[in-house]
Design a protein. Structure first.
Length: 401
């Protein structure tokens, strides 16, 4: 006899005293088991945050409170209002992420330009910029990543620094690092490639392999940056350590000092990982965040502490912002913002012929991503609509999902 399936109940009806089972793989939720006895309100809130609409009821029917029946038309109207509000909030959050990114680029350029002539002014301005970044990551309890862009084909040193700061701070927060450590990470990230200003532009921007002399010159940039900043006597040691050692790896294969394991402070390890991912991404043309993550995971994981790599993978998700995808309804899209459901992010989508370009909310639509696609797999009509070859950067999302 076939086993009878447990009844489903809406997550909106969850109450203390129930025992429920999640309709998810254990890898897609933070609980120890799929079977959960609801003893605390925080458990209910966590289940609601997973993006599921129902759970299986295993025990505790006696705790369910009957709710008065509501007219179906009223339910639908309320649902439509909620969805419309969420879409408006999402659009607003995406615009805010973009505006903050552009503002941070401009501020960062000003700061870097002041270091030589006005180191005190540069430090004060950088400290203010760091406080903005800390405030933005703390706006929501579980910040998500948003895709942002300056409109350029290539990522500049300042844009790269901001993306590295955002990714590093999110990793650091996931590791429960202190606010002071997050500040050091932000400051070190913003300045980590400052020494590249002393590297000739034709070497700095060269696509493809560098010659041995070019590579040796490039490898001097951490020391260049450290010396310039250290000379001011203003920057904290932890941030300076990040600038000097952001190319060190735990296997000792990095530079300039070939440090190993715990000889590299955790904040520096975090920035090294974020920088490595960002560098792989920027070396790809056209850029593919999913391919970059896969390459790092398969080919460079031994250079970074496994728990840190696991955190980065979880933060970026299966389809990081900027990834080109094909949806289950045959349309094509670019991931714009992560959500609580890894297969249902917010995307900019269009039909195969390039028509109907619009922002779509897959979690609300109940549509999933079928698979990631490479640029060459995109229909030609979708290339321009999705800005398939534009540079990719990240910023915090202010949306509470």
């Amino acid at each position: 006899m076939a086993k009878e399936e447990s009844p489903k109940i809406s997550v909106s009806k969850l109450q203390l005293g129930l025992t429920v089972k999640l309709p998810l793989s254990y890898t897609n939720h933070p609980f120890l088991f799929n079977r959960i006895e609801l003893k605390e309100a925080s458990q209910i809130e966590l289940i609601k945050s997973l993006g599921v609409t129902y759970v299986y009821l295993l025990a505790g029917e006696e705790f369910l409170v009957e709710e008065p029946e509501t007219e179906q038309s009223d339910i639908e109207t309320t649902q439509e209002i909620v969805e419309k509000d969420l879409q408006q909030e999402t659009r607003k959050a995406m615009r805010l992420s973009q505006q903050r990114f552009i503002k941070t680029i401009n501020q960062s350029r000003e700061v870097l330009g002041k270091v030589g002539s006005d180191p005190e002014g540069a430090y004060r301005a950088s400290a203010s910029l760091v406080e903005d970044l800390v405030a933005h990551i703390q706006e929501t309890e579980a910040p998500k990543l948003a895709l942002v862009s300056s409109g350029d084909i290539r990522v500049s040193v300042t844009q790269h620094g901001i993306s590295v700061a955002v990714l590093s701070m999110m990793i650091g927060q996931a590791l429960d690092l202190s606010v002071s450590e997050l500040r050091d990470i932000a400051l070190g990230s913003l300045f980590h490639d400052f020494g590249k200003m002393k590297v000739p532009e034709d070497i700095r921007n060269k696509r493809g392999e560098l010659t041995t002399p070019e590579l040796n010159f490039m490898k001097m940039h951490p020391k260049f940056g450290f010396d310039l900043l250290d000379k001011s006597g203003l920057f904290p040691k932890a941030a300076l350590n990040i600038v000097l050692h952001h190319h060190e790896y735990i296997d000792g294969s990095g530079y300039p000092d070939g440090l190993k394991g715990n000889k590299i402070p955790i904040p520096t390890q975090v920035v090294s990982l974020a920088n490595d991912y960002e560098q792989i991404l920027s070396d790809l043309y056209p850029p593919s965040p999913k391919v970059a993550l896969g390459y790092l995971f398969k080919n460079r994981a031994g250079k970074h502490a496994e728990p840190l790599v696991a955190v980065l993978v979880k933060l970026l998700g299966i389809y990081p912002p900027g990834t080109l995808v094909k949806l289950a309804d045959e349309s094509f899209a670019k991931v714009m913002m992560t959500t609580t459901s890894v297969k249902q992010p917010n995307v900019w989508a269009c039909q195969p012929d390039g028509s109907e370009p619009k922002l779509r909310f897959l979690l609300q639509e109940g549509i999933e991503i079928e698979d990631a696609v490479m640029v060459e797999q995109l229909p030609e009509a979708c290339m321009k609509v999705l800005q398939a070859d534009s540079a990719i950067s990240f910023y915090f999302s202010s949306l509470e999902l």
